[in-house]
Design a protein around this ligand. Structure first.
Ligand code: ZN
Length: 385
């Protein structure tokens, strides 16, 4: 199901640029082969043979359809693995009908664009009242997956599953036209805000194990870059609060690497409070609430790898504390998850279609601790059964 892509408008025949891109891709492939020796298949080690007709590669996301799709060592070489249906694979290079995709384990591989559904990268638009939501591309990133459970509540609720369901609810809100009551926060079927052009999940419920698979940080960040996403929102919930708070202890971490990320964070924070504060709970939180950034004291760059790698406006939303009994109980309910999802939806719409500053972001903090989670060094690429 090859589609005519908007990205192709930008394709220009410049042989020199393509040669450089292919050299870059080849270098990347060789590097991946070394770094991911533990992956369950051999990473491709061949670059394509340049042909007479060449185009500047477009970027975007390849959606693997029902039945899976073949990964190839190179254009017109050999397929070596059939990747699971329902996965979204970002591509940063195109060579004729072939896309150089990144797998969930950060390996690179080629797919034929006729074997996948192609989501063309977004065309950047300035935020404000003239922003056309119908042309917007959003990447939603449900935090954690598979062996990496994220936080776990006292009664056993896993953050990875909650995050996935909330992200899927945001996607459903974005995929239909809506009306928004900005004072109550209610989001209903309507016509004021059109459907977003494309909404991509890094872990999709249509994928293997209903979306419960491992996804490396680099893969997640690459999804935002390849899609030229108008916003990248990673959905999480927190653990280990430090004190009692009057309001939900929501925190939204922004990328200091990409302009606008702090405004996106401040707006989503305001919308989270509007949606969540009306629920009854013995709220917990930290010393700082709202829009935050953490920097690595050694490098001065964003502490969180996802935000450090960002090239589009990106945030990590920490909704509430799954480690606390009251908040775990709320996170177990569809009503609360929907309220969380509506807050993220409104936040993204406000970020794109207004010049609102949102809540004042906290100044970036140097972060000395290890907040890392399970690494992806035994990551598995899911195979189509
Ligand atoms: Zn998390």
């Amino acid at each position: 199901m090859q589609m005519l892509m908007k990205g192709q408008r930008r394709n220009i025949v410049i042989a020199v640029a393509v040669t450089a891109a292919i050299a870059t891709a080849a270098a990347g492939v060789a590097l991946m082969g070394v770094r991911t020796a533990q992956a369950e298949f051999a990473a491709p080690t061949f670059a394509p043979t340049p042909a007479a007709k060449v185009v500047v590669p477009a970027t975007g996301v390849a959606l693997v359809p029902e039945g899976g799709a073949d990964l190839w060592l190179g254009p017109d070489r050999d397929p070596y693995f059939r990747i699971h249906e329902g996965m979204a694979l970002p591509f940063l290079h195109r060579y004729e009908d072939w896309l150089l995709v990144t797998t969930n384990c950060d390996d690179t591989a080629w797919v034929h664009d006729g074997d996948v559904q192609v989501v063309a990268a977004g065309e950047p638009q300035p935020a404000g009242s003239s922003f056309d939501v119908a042309e917007a591309v959003i990447v939603l990133d449900p935090g954690h997956g598979a062996r990496d459970w994220g936080g776990v509540g006292p009664s056993g609720l896993a953050e990875k599953a909650v995050n996935l369901d909330i992200a899927d609810r945001v996607r459903q809100l974005m995929e239909s036209p809506r009306d928004i009551d900005w004072s109550s926060g209610a989001v209903t079927a309507g016509s004021t805000v059109p459907s977003f052009r494309d909404v991509v999940l890094t872990r999709d419920v249509a994928g293997p194990d209903d979306g419960d698979f491992e996804a490396n940080l680099s893969f997640r960040a690459t999804m935002g870059t390849a899609a030229s996403a108008d916003a990248f929102v990673s959905i999480h919930n927190n653990t280990v609060p430090r004190l009692d708070t009057e309001l939900p202890g929501s925190e939204v971490y922004y990328s200091t690497a990409v302009e606008g990320s702090d405004r996106l964070a401040g707006i989503i924070y305001e919308e989270l409070l509007l949606s969540l504060a009306s629920f009854d709970a013995d709220w917990k939180g930290g010393e700082l609430l709202g829009a935050r950034a953490r920097l690595d004291p050694d490098t001065g760059e964003d502490y969180y790898g996802l935000l450090r790698r960002a090239t589009v406006p990106s945030v990590i939303v920490e909704g509430v504390y799954i480690s606390e009994p009251d908040e775990e109980a709320l996170l177990a309910s569809g009503e609360f998850r929907q309220a969380y999802a509506e807050a993220v939806y409104r936040g993204v719409v406000r970020f794109l279609t207004t010049a609102d500053p949102g809540a004042e972001p906290n100044r970036p903090e140097y972060f000395e601790y290890d907040a890392g989670t399970v690494s992806g060094n035994v990551c598995t690429v899911p195979e189509q059964p």
